[in-house]
Design a protein around this ligand. Structure first.
Ligand code: NAG
Ligand code: NAG
Ligand code: NAG
Ligand code: NAG
Ligand code: NAG
Length: 533
């Protein structure tokens, strides 16, 4: 549209030129008019910023980087891109305003980094794309690993609820056999940050995560998962949904010291046996160490995927830092470089990218409904619940928070009590409501922030695209129909729960009624458009 428009202008301008001035000056005037068109289109893009067109928002992002030319110490990366009427330079990520960047030994090598000028608008491709990120070398990055753990505010000792037979007290109560059925009172307590807390965090059955808890893992590997690692990278494929992506640009040092773990279910395992170098003996595909999860608790592959994504600290209790990468993404930057850039340099304990154009939960919910990500009734129920609790649309008043909607396909974090609590309560929201974790992220975050000073580094989506490359889900790649959950039943709208009714929700009492197991398994998401998140 823009391009043909500009060509028209160009043509009529050059016609006028010929008419009045003759051929001699045509070349120069043509150049001038082209410059003029470029300028006009540039301001047009800026003025249209409040529209919802993705490519326009993305170009704004690029324009700002060009105009501001800020050094990286100003965290140029974290401009908020949703609203044109505000001074962009006052906006930083929520991390930077609360905690100024750590004063690293005088000059950080990236201090002088600035974004290159954006390409002229006529040359821009539509849609979200990567932007430049200044990394240290892997060796330098490792040297910047903090000497001491990030101090967990208030919370120092986090333990997890264990119950052999989780009791579902009411029909329609959120939760599952795997995550338990926390009452609303339990939920409230899990946000009441104290020095010592015990919360629901999946794996409620069995003596340890992965051992008779559902999501069961072979004993030899379970033992390996107990070992200490400074850094791990993790991902998962359930329902042979994705193809394994081999990470690239990984330093020798990282290959040696950082294990890459890929969780798969049995179905995906047998697919790997047929189609890759995987065998029962080596349990590897390239860099990835394959971990098979047996008895996965949910029929919806995407719910199973939330277990390793949000509960890595339970599966790997002795790991300091983790990078989660959805399996549809290929890692193309060294993990040490990513950790240095997004955690250590900004003094953060958890980093996640924001959605490239939506930053309001209510808007996100509508988009999820329109894209048929989940049944409308369940989404409405969840959002109504949050609204009654006080969730409001995103506005500037929430600054320094720059977004309520994450692009959660990567999570970079240090495993400390407060981040572990955050991902536990986030998982509990996902288990209580829809599996759309971008709807519950802000609620989990803000309820913790009400009590303690802690923040999440929400960086730009274009920066995320710098270190992970999107590949298509297997079904798209192979032009196949996406696998469907085995049940076609739609999650019934949960009934509103009376508050404060059940006390002692973590008691290890109560009998499991026959047929109770698996009742909550029948959550189904309508297929289609799975590639979008
Ligand atoms: C990093 O943040 C923590 C708490 O959030 C604070 O105590 C510490 O002083 C900060 N460190 C630096 C170097 O800014
Ligand atoms: C942490 O809390 C648990 C459960 O309340 C308690 O048993 C344990 O002793 C505590 N650990 C420390 C180090 O305080
Ligand atoms: C590896 O990193 C370099 C720059 O650091 C980048 O140009 C290249 O595209 C990366 N390789 C792949 C396969 O993405
Ligand atoms: C793997 O190959 C075997 C034998 O060729 C076949 O029976 C089986 O269905 C295949 N499994 C998968 C998951 O493709
Ligand atoms: C769900 O809501 C969306 C947007 O509000 C609407 O487009 C769609 O038709 C609804 N789907 C059903 C099944 O009602």
């Amino acid at each position: 549209m823009l391009t043909s428009n500009s060509k028209d202008k160009e043509r009529s301008l050059s016609f006028l030129c010929c008419w009045y001035l003759g051929r001699r000056r045509v070349a120069m005037l043509l150049l001038l008019s082209l410059a003029f068109v470029v300028f006009v289109l540039g301001s047009y893009t800026i003025n249209k910023e409040s529209s919802n067109s993705p490519n326009i928002h993305q170009s704004i992002e690029t324009i700002e980087f060009g105009i501001n030319q800020t050094p990286l110490s100003r965290e140029l990366s974290s401009f908020y891109t949703g609203d044109s009427n505000n001074d962009q330079t006052t906006r930083g990520s929520d991390v930077d305003i609360i905690h100024p960047p750590p004063s690293l030994p005088s000059h950080h090598p990236c201090d002088s980094f600035s974004f290159p000028p954006p390409p002229p608008p006529v040359l821009r491709r539509p849609g979200p794309r990567p932007c430049p990120v200044c990394y240290l070398s892997p060796e330098e990055a490792l040297a910047h690993m903090p000497k001491h753990p990030f101090e967990s505010p208030v919370l120092k000792n986090l333990t997890f609820i264990h119950e052999e037979s989780p009791v579902k007290r009411e029909e329609g109560q959120g939760g599952s056999e795997f995550g338990g059925y926390p009452s609303l009172e339990d939920r409230t307590n899990s946000f009441d940050i104290k020095e010592s807390m015990t919360v629901h965090c999946g794996f409620v059955k069995g003596t340890k995560p992965g051992h008779q808890t559902g999501f069961d893992i072979d004993e030899d590997i379970l033992h390996e998962m107990d070992q200490f690692h400074e850094v791990i990278v993790a991902s998962a494929i359930f329902g042979k949904y994705d193809l394994i992506q081999e990470p690239v640009n990984i330093s020798e040092m990282a290959r040696k010291n950082i294990p890459f773990y890929m969780f798969v279910d049995e179905e995906t395992q047998s697919y790997l046996k047929n189609t890759s170098s995987y065998t029962e003996d080596n349990k590897r595909v390239g860099l990835w160490r394959i971990i098979v999860a047996h008895n996965v608790p949910y029929t919806d592959a995407r719910r199973n995927g939330k277990i390793p994504k949000l509960l890595l600290h339970r599966l790997f209790p002795n790991v300091k830092y983790s990078i989660w990468v959805d399996a549809k993404l290929q890692l193309v930057v060294d993990p040490y470089q990513i950790l240095e850039r997004f955690l250590w340099r900004t003094n953060s304990s958890l980093a996640i990218s924001k959605h490239y154009r939506r930053f309001d939960v209510f808007v996100e919910a509508e988009a999820n409904k329109a894209a048929r990500k989940y049944d409308n009734a369940s989404i409405d129920y969840q959002v109504e619940f949050y609204k009654k609790e006080g969730l409001t649309p995103y506005t500037d008043a929430k600054l320094p928070i720059t977004s309520d909607v994450p692009e959660g396909c990567t999570i970079i974090r240090e495993h400390i009590p407060i981040t572990n609590l955050f991902t536990c309560v986030w998982f509990n929201e996902v288990d209580r409501f829809t599996s759309r974790d971008q709807l519950s992220f802000a609620v989990a975050r803000d309820k913790i922030r009400e009590k303690v000073e802690w923040s999440i580094n929400m960086f730009l989506d274009c920066e995320r695209r710098n270190f992970v490359k999107q590949v298509y889900h297997r079904d798209v790649l192979m032009n196949m129909k996406p696998p469907r959950a085995s049940s076609s039943k739609v999650l019934p709208e949960p009934l509103p729960l009376p508050r404060g009714k059940s006390v002692g929700g973590r008691a290890n009492t109560g009998k499991k009624s026959p047929g109770q197991r698996g009742k909550r398994r029948h959550r189904k998401v309508s297929a289609g458009g799975r590639n979008m998140r």
